[in-house]
Design a protein. Structure first.
Length: 342
């Protein structure tokens, strides 16, 4: 493979069939390939390494749906660079790159096919991330197998998911050190999802629920995560497919199997499809439906854990594993409003 071969060309040369665009009908990429491109992990390691010379001493991970082998055509390639020097910025090809500030990193959005989302994480303390990992592990019943846990796509939680599940491209030692310090092996096997509502919608929901109008805080974030854990628990019990790739379109099926109305989720999806934000009345109906569902499944092992937490007994754990999610610190990736895996 020549140095000027891009990832898309690698897929064509390999003859691997790719799937339909993200968010449309179609199967994931061929098994054994990395997904959207059809290139192997070794191909991506070589191609990305030529395009972006990694800094000495850093750890680099291929992350997200590409690393998991479930990316669709048009999915971005997600790369996580750990312990990057303060003065390091990756060289890149093409015009129109976008630099957006992030609480943990700087996100370099590169144009082209496929695009490369690169989270560049500078060396720093892990106290908050380690606390978050510890808090998330306490949510899950220790006697249960790993579940997919779709949660709000807060930057810190997305970072932990990519750190846990990413494929090492460079600097194995640095990657393993971060994994040990962040305790990611204790986390449930979760997806960091942008569900049928964006982070801004969740923040508005929190503002509606709390008359003081405080920004989305750790307790609210963790409560939302456990609500989604309950959805995953129902899936694991066989009520719906275990793979909840797009929570926004599948949560209605989860509730229907539990004899709960799903109309409000259909309405929420329809509103988003037409560019309209769901309002407080829809949020209130969601809360009532979630409460009914919680009462109906509280006797199940997974449900009991979630029920206790949602009843308020998990607030101490939430505060211990607090996440600094303040105004402007929760951000979703453009174009991923209804996409469950990134």
């Amino acid at each position: 493979m020549s140095d000027d071969t891009d990832i898309t060309t690698a897929a064509r040369d390999g003859g691997t069939r790719v799937a339909a665009p993200e968010g449309t009908a179609g199967a994931p990429g061929t098994a054994g390939a990395t997904g959207a491109t059809g290139a192997t992990a070794d191909d991506l390691t070589a191609l990305l390494g030529r395009r972006f010379p990694w800094p000495e001493g850093s750890g680099v991970l291929l992350a997200g749906s590409t690393a998991e082998g479930v990316a669709m055509r048009g999915s971005n390639v997600n790369v996580l660079v750990l312990d990057a020097p303060d003065d390091w910025t990756p060289d890149h090809e093409g015009d129109g790159s976008v630099l957006r500030p992030m609480s943990l990193a700087r996100n370099h959005l590169f144009p082209g096919d496929p695009a490369v989302n690169m989270d560049v994480v500078r060396a720093g303390p892990l106290r908050d991330l380690a606390d978050l990992a510890s808090g998330m592990s306490r949510i899950q019943d220790p006697g249960t197998p790993d579940l997919e846990l779709p949660v709000l796509d807060a930057l810190e939680i997305r970072f932990l998911a990519r750190l846990r599940g990413g494929q090492v491209l460079h600097g194995t030692g640095a990657v393993e050190r971060w994994r040990r310090q962040a305790h990611v092996r204790w986390l449930p096997a979760f997806h960091c999802a942008t569900t049928y509502l964006t982070a801004d919608h969740f923040r508005r929901k929190a503002g509606t629920a709390h008359a003081d109008g405080l920004p989305l805080d750790a307790a609210v974030l963790f409560r939302l995560a456990v609500e989604h854990l309950l959805v995953s628990a129902l899936a694991a019990e066989g009520r719906v497919l275990h793979e909840v790739k797009n929570l926004g379109r599948n949560i209605g099926a989860v509730l229907a199997t539990a004899a709960r109305p799903a109309r409000l989720f259909t309405e929420a999806g329809s509103l988003l499809d037409h560019g309209t934000e769901p309002g407080p009345a829809l949020f209130a109906r969601f809360d009532a439906c979630a409460a009914d569902l919680l009462r109906g499944v509280g006797a199940a092992p997974h449900g009991r854990t979630a029920a206790d937490y949602l009843a308020g007994q998990g607030h101490a754990a939430a505060e211990h594993g607090r996440v600094l999610v303040e105004q402007g610190h929760v951000q979703t990736e453009e174009g991923h409003v209804r996409e469950a895996g990134t």
